[in-house]
Design a protein around this ligand. Structure first.
Ligand SMILES: *[C@@H]1O[C@H](CO)[C@@H](O)[C@H](O)[C@H]1NC(C)=O
Ligand SMILES: *[C@@H]1O[C@H](CO)[C@@H](O)[C@H](O)[C@H]1NC(C)=O
Ligand SMILES: *[C@@H]1O[C@H](CO)[C@@H](O)[C@H](O)[C@H]1NC(C)=O
Ligand SMILES: *[C@@H]1O[C@H](CO)[C@@H](O)[C@H](O)[C@H]1NC(C)=O
Ligand SMILES: *[C@@H]1O[C@H](CO)[C@@H](O)[C@H](O)[C@H]1NC(C)=O
Ligand SMILES: *[C@@H]1O[C@H](CO)[C@@H](O)[C@H](O)[C@H]1NC(C)=O
Ligand SMILES: *[C@@H]1O[C@H](CO)[C@@H](O)[C@H](O)[C@H]1NC(C)=O
Ligand SMILES: *[C@@H]1O[C@H](CO)[C@@H](O)[C@H](O)[C@H]1NC(C)=O
Ligand SMILES: *[C@@H]1O[C@H](CO)[C@@H](O)[C@H](O)[C@H]1NC(C)=O
Ligand SMILES: *[C@@H]1O[C@H](CO)[C@@H](O)[C@H](O)[C@H]1NC(C)=O
Ligand SMILES: *[C@@H]1O[C@H](CO)[C@@H](O)[C@H](O)[C@H]1NC(C)=O
Ligand SMILES: *[C@@H]1O[C@H](CO)[C@@H](O)[C@H](O)[C@H]1NC(C)=O
Length: 593
């Protein structure tokens, strides 16, 4: 009833494509710079509605989400919704292969449905290294009330963003990369946009604002942790507390306790943490850089505080120990392999997640994607996958297809790394077969951990191993309870294999989540088209689609909101009112169903 009313309310205000009677959630975001000093040095960061990190989008399976984004930055903007599958709707994905950037001073309204999904994800600005300056926030997709969840209702829900951080801003970092330099060691690790608690007076200067998580003894909290950093793998741990792993990017896992867990760039996990200690003091929450020389990197540690309501004092003493295996990554790989899907529980739907027997489906397409350490191509330092360094065309690929613009990209991405030939810069795309079953092996020939993400899909992580992948490696695949997720780590000198069912039509980004690797060219798109062109398998472009590149002449100008505070705040009030009406109505419906 509430859903129907909300749909009618919305339909009366705007003309929208018809998504069957599911509720709508409205968000109205102003993306702008603000100055904060997380590590004691004032710097410009990207805030949303003055919040850094941005607001958590707390929604439920199948809801329709409408986000009006006002770009108050001085550069183009796109927000991408990492892990939200955008079924049939790559138009809303917020990456350069599908969307024209929102020019500075303009607003653009995203509209999408979180169809058949649950779990912990995050959004972030996808262009120009902006994530290094913030602009990120959580996306929590709750189960519909009719779907049972494989654990009791937690006493609280806490979102924690961890990530390495530079005191140089994103434009300076970009410049360093453009000039062929490495970014070097980050200046710290932030937790929820804040610097470390002063656990060591030599390492941490006075006056740093740190994050405190307030809890009550005996209660159990769901803590959702996202690594939103630039490129550092982090080890996450809470002093004296077990982390019961419950979910990873939309799959419920076999619940197991970990004392610490490695979380790589772009990954999200939910832990159930019971406050079972005696609160003789507060406890440290730690995110420390992984696989780096600790004696050089000690200052790059994130420390927040877990504060019991009955705590008898401040946290003190050394941090809980990190894993001690600088030279040996097998502990971390084994830990990753120990994360299994709970195949007897449902996720977004009531049927068990494991009922999709990925292990017995025949693979129809195989890609081995090898990354290499940066190389110089055409005088520029670039990164590659299979010898190709991706350079985004001015016209988004999906838009070029829609308007039959030829030659924007080539559908010729090689299945295997080339055995010879110089690396190239270009826009080469994987030709995915609709309804096919694709095996992708990521082979990391670089010296640092990389993580790879795929938009539009969740993939099954079926194997990881050191050395070069061979056909025989398939013998070690987990064909039964591998987790289905959207971001996987690939250890240096090692491979990771994933399986993905190509049932979502669109053009979808596969990318390194490590920002420097991505910025320098480590990405590719997979084009999945239904040969019978139909609106049943892909939505038409939205009415407000932006045009650019070769299609620039189709774009109607928008009166920039500019710095005129009155006009921009007026539009925000308008949408807030709408949201308020919606919320009141929704509340009324809940009370008088
Ligand atoms: C970044 O910092 C440089 C100075 O190091 C400054 O010139 C530039 O305006 C800053 N850019 C942003 C977006 O804050
Ligand atoms: C998120 O939404 C769910 C369901 O509507 C609600 O139970 C929960 O309290 C909300 N969580 C937060 C942190 O607001
Ligand atoms: C910009 O915001 C205004 C006011 O909220 C809205 O009417 C308009 O549709 C938005 N424009 C786009 C392109 O989303
Ligand atoms: C798996 O899910 C079932 C069904 O919800 C639940 O009873 C069980 O405790 C879960 N097992 C583990 C190990 O998480
Ligand atoms: C603080 O860190 C410094 C540098 O790593 C170390 O020498 C010192 O022992 C630490 N102090 C304490 C109290 O742990
Ligand atoms: C996890 O650890 C907690 C104590 O922190 C314990 O009560 C619980 O039984 C453990 N669960 C599993 C599945 O090992
Ligand atoms: C609380 O626990 C700590 C560590 O487990 C122990 O050293 C301490 O004695 C305990 N304090 C009290 C008051 O029980
Ligand atoms: C870490 O760096 C220090 C100082 O440069 C060096 O002495 C030490 O050998 C390094 N340790 C490792 C494990 O590489
Ligand atoms: C997979 O391929 C094998 C051999 O080519 C064939 O026998 C089998 O029926 C196929 N399985 C499915 C599910 O299509
Ligand atoms: C892409 O794959 C389809 C089959 O899925 C095939 O028909 C088409 O010719 C391929 N296109 C190119 C350019 O290779
Ligand atoms: C590996 O398997 C593929 C088919 O999946 C086959 O074409 C290739 O020859 C095999 N390579 C080796 C070295 O056995
Ligand atoms: C990279 O590949 C070369 C051969 O192509 C191999 O000799 C080397 O060990 C690889 N390095 C890593 C870190 O995988």
């Amino acid at each position: 009833m509430a859903a129907v009313a909300a749909t009618l309310l919305w339909a009366s205000m705007l003309i929208v494509p018809c998504f069957a009677g599911d509720p709508f959630a409205f968000f109205d975001w102003n993306v702008e710079y603000t100055t904060v000093s997380p590590l004691g040095v004032p710097q410009q960061v990207i805030a949303i509605n003055k919040q850094f990190p941005g607001p958590v989008m707390n929604i439920t399976t199948n809801w329709n989400v409408v986000v009006n984004v006002l770009n108050s930055l001085d550069e183009p903007l796109l927000l991408t919704w990492d892990g939200i599958q955008q079924r049939k709707n790559s138009w809303q994905d917020g990456v350069l292969g599908t969307n024209c950037p929102i020019p500075p001073g303009w607003n653009w309204t995203y509209q999408f449905q979180v169809k058949d999904q649950i779990g912990s994800f995050f959004y972030f600005p996808s262009l120009n290294f902006q994530r290094a300056a913030g602009g990120y926030g959580g996306i929590t997709v709750n189960n519909r009330p009719v779907i049972s969840v494989p654990f009791g209702r937690p006493d609280g829900d806490i979102t924690l963003f961890i990530g390495d951080w530079f005191t140089r801003n994103h434009s300076d970092l970009r410049k360093a990369l453009d000039n062929g330099k490495d970014l070097g060691m980050p200046d710290g690790v932030l937790m929820n946009g804040k610097g470390p608690y002063r656990y060591n007076t030599t390492l941490v200067p006075a006056g740093i604002d740190y994050e405190t998580i307030n809890v009550q003894p005996g209660k159990t909290y769901r803590i959702r942790v996202h690594n939103v950093g630039v490129s550092t793998s982090l080890n996450f741990r809470i002093q004296s507390h077990n982390l019961l792993l419950a979910e990873t990017e939309g799959s419920y896992t076999w619940q197991q306790n970990y004392t610490d867990l490695d979380i790589h760039v772009g990954q999200s996990y939910s832990f159930l943490v019971t406050m079972d200690q005696n609160a003789s003091s507060d406890y440290y929450i730690v995110a420390s850089a992984r696989f780096v020389n600790e004696s050089l990197w000690t200052r790059v540690t994130g420390v927040a505080i877990l504060h019991y309501s009955n705590s008898k004092g401040k946290a003190s003493g050394p941090l809980p120990d990190p894993p001690n295996d600088f030279y040996d990554k097998s502990f971390s790989m084994n830990q990753a392999k120990s994360i299994r899907m709970n195949t007897t529980t449902g996720a977004a739907r009531p049927n068990p997640q494991g009922s999709f027997r990925y292990g017995s489906i025949n693979v129809t397409q195989f890609y081995l994607l090898r990354n290499m350490p940066p190389v110089v191509i055409e005088g520029k330092r670039r990164t590659t996958l299979n010898g190709i360094s991706y350079s985004p065309p001015d016209t988004p690929l999906r838009l070029a297809d829609q308007f039959d613009e030829k030659g924007v990209y080539n559908l010729d991405f090689p299945n295997l790394p080339p055995s010879s030939g110089a690396p190239q810069i270009g826009a080469s795309v994987i030709n995915g077969t609709y309804k096919g079953f694709m095996e992708i092996v990521f082979q990391n020939n670089d010296t640092t951990v990389q993580s790879y993400h795929m938009d539009g899909y969740a993939f099954f992580v079926v194997g990881m191993g050191f050395g070069e992948w061979t056909n025989a490696s398939r013998g070690d695949y987990n064909k039964w309870d591998g987790v289905s997720r959207c971001t996987t780590q690939v250890f240096p000198g090692a491979w990771t294999a994933v399986l993905v069912s190509l049932d979502n039509v669109g053009i979808w980004n596969i990318r390194a989540e490590n920002l420097d690797s991505w910025y320098l060219g480590q990405e590719v798109y997979v084009k999945v088209i239904n040969p019978e062109s139909t609106t049943k398998t892909e939505l038409p472009p939205p009415d407000n689609v932006l045009y650019c590149g070769r299609l620039q002449s189709k774009q109607k100008p928008q009166k920039p909101h500019g710095t005129n505070a009155d006009s921009s705040s007026a539009s925000i009030v308008f949408v807030r009112d709408k949201l308020l009406i919606f919320m009141l109505l929704f509340a009324a419906m809940a009370v008088f169903p």
